[in-house]
Design a protein around this ligand. Structure first.
Ligand code: 5RP
Length: 232
């Protein structure tokens, strides 16, 4: 296992310990969350942990089912907790960029349905200002997406259509495409940027999570985990 993977596993296992029997828990997507699902599966088998997981992607859903985790969709009942990875975590504020894995829309729906949202990541995801290491993913409806991208470009985003294998566009679980936008960096005011992007017809959602995470569990390769709380 690589050092980065050990760091992800340490953060994920710390988050798995936050889950108590009877909880409804949002389960994010990505390689860090994969460790979370495996850790939860071990608790289900060894301790009889009972939880209802709300998966944010078809990939998460498939893995969670192999681990004996009962699943449901958000139905308006608040979730006790949601746990997810991130592509960037801003030091001091816990503002996030998410969506390099392509699941940002469901991830945001689930994060907003939760009473508490905990982000798990390895230390390489920490940045001083959003945009430092990741382009901003913006999910766009397929109809007229090139025209929508032009409007994103006017805001300065330098949008690049995400591709799957070959030339075909990557299609999200919601049936949309994603434009990765490196041009917004550094993102000093994610609230205004999110509002301006969402005002463009055709934009479904952005990978900006400016006020969602209350807590971050940041792992390092030696297995240590630092807990960061969002300032009040
Ligand atoms: C998917 C995401 C993931 O949480 C993010 O990409 C982090 O993934 P990983 O844990 O593999 O680094 O936002 O849409």
């Amino acid at each position: 296992m690589s050092g980065a993977d050990r760091a992800k596993q340490a953060a994920a296992e710390a988050a798995a310990r936050l889950v108590e029997s009877g909880m409804r828990v949002g389960i994010g997507s990505g390689s860090t969350v994969r460790h979370l699902i495996l850790a939860l599966g071990r608790r289900v088998r060894a301790q009889g942990l009972r939880l209802v997981g709300i998966p944010t992607s078809t990939e998460t859903e498939a893995l969670a089912l192999t681990q004996g985790i009962t699943l449901a969709e958000p139905d308006g009942t608040p979730l006790d907790l949601a746990i997810d990875g991130a592509d960037e975590v801003e030091r001091g504020t816990l503002r996030l960029i998410k969506g390099l894995g392509g699941a940002l829309l469901r991830e945001k729906i689930v994060a907003e349905a939760a009473r508490r949202f905990v982000v798990i990541a390895d230390a390489s995801k920490m940045v001083e200002t959003l945009g430092e290491r990741a382009p901003l993913p913006v999910e766009v409806v397929r109809f007229g997406h090139a025209a929508t991208a032009q409007r994103i470009a006017v805001l300065g985003g330098r949008p690049v259509l995400r591709r799957a294998q070959g030339e075909a566009p990557f299609i999200t679980d919601g049936g949309n495409v994603i434009y990765d936008c490196p041009g917004f960096a550094p993102i000093r005011d994610p609230f205004t940027l999110a509002r301006d992007l969402r005002a463009i017809a055709g934009v479904v959602e952005t990978g900006l999570f400016p006020s969602h995470a209350e807590c971050a569990l940041i792992g390092t390769a030696d297995g240590a985990v630092t807990e960061l709380e969002r300032p009040a």
